[in-house]
Write a protein that binds this ligand. Structure first.
Ligand SMILES: [Mg+2]
Length: 256
């Protein structure tokens, strides 16, 4: 089967904890040399697209910011679509900055939307209380930037936003709308940017549910790599990957 382009996860595939994974950068450079199109699809909600772009450029992969798809990109589009110029964000300062740059006030207690992202550096009880009250008092919509259970940090596994979304869903008795992977709309946006039919695209990631399951919902084949959080054991409810490969450099044999 022809492989004409790739959707590539970042954390656990290209880098871990800000350090490039061996072989990953040279693999991306080789894809560019061959003219094979790819887009990055990350569930990182801690950093803005511009911060991610600058980091990749430092590593030697200089791509347009439009090639990077994150849940924050999806959130900005979603809020604009809803006519909302503000929200209550439970997230990082960099996430707040990206919203502000898009003309969205991220700290409005009168908002109609509550956004939940990565809280690893900023977790405070008070931000949950306000978020909870915005949901209850304003009948606001709860938006999950991502819904992952955990990710791999330098000293072991860490809680992802999914755990914090679940806390607010439980307390406010609401169900969140998911914006990042594995939502179909998220993958559709990245696929449209590639301009290729789904059967010619392959998703490479380290999360069986978010990466492989999400891609499968659009009939995009998935490759799990072993450089991130995937421990080699597929969850029983996970979609079967097309392949399991050691790392990103192993995809080069799939294209000319
Ligand atoms: Mg990952």
């Amino acid at each position: 089967m022809t492989v004409s382009g790739f959707l590539i996860d970042l954390d656990g595939v290209v880098y871990i904890n800000g350090e490039p994974i061996p072989g990953a950068i040279s693999a991306l450079q080789e894809l560019r040399r061959r003219g094979v199109p790819f887009r990055f699809v990350s569930n990182n909600t801690h950093r803005s697209r511009e911060t991610i772009r600058a980091r990749l450029a430092r590593f030697g992969v200089d791509v347009p910011v439009e090639w990077i798809f994150t849940p924050l990109t999806a959130a900005i589009a979603y809020l604009r679509n809803a006519g909302a110029a503000s929200c209550w964000l439970l997230g990082s300062p960099d996430a707040a900055e990206e919203l502000k740059r898009a003309g969205i006030n991220p700290a409005d207690p009168a908002a109609s939307h509550v956004l939940v992202g990565d809280l690893s550096d900023v977790l405070e009880y008070d931000m949950f209380v306000t978020g909870f009250r915005v949901l209850k008092n304003n009948h606001a919509e709860l938006l999950a930037l991502e819904h992952d259970r955990y990710f791999k940090g330098s000293d072991g596994l860490l809680l992802s936003a999914g755990a914090f979304v679940a806390a607010l869903e439980f307390a406010a008795d609401v169900s969140a709308t998911l914006l990042g992977k594995p939502s179909v709309a998220f993958f559709q946006a990245a696929l449209s940017s590639l301009g290729l039919p789904p059967e010619e695209v392959v998703m490479i990631g380290d999360d069986p549910r978010s990466d492989i399951g999400g891609a499968a919902s659009l009939s995009i084949r998935g490759i799990l790599v072993l450089t991130g959080k995937f421990d080699g054991v597929l969850p029983p409810d996970a979609a079967a990957p097309w392949k399991i490969l050691p790392g990103l450099s192993d995809i080069l044999s799939l294209t000319q």
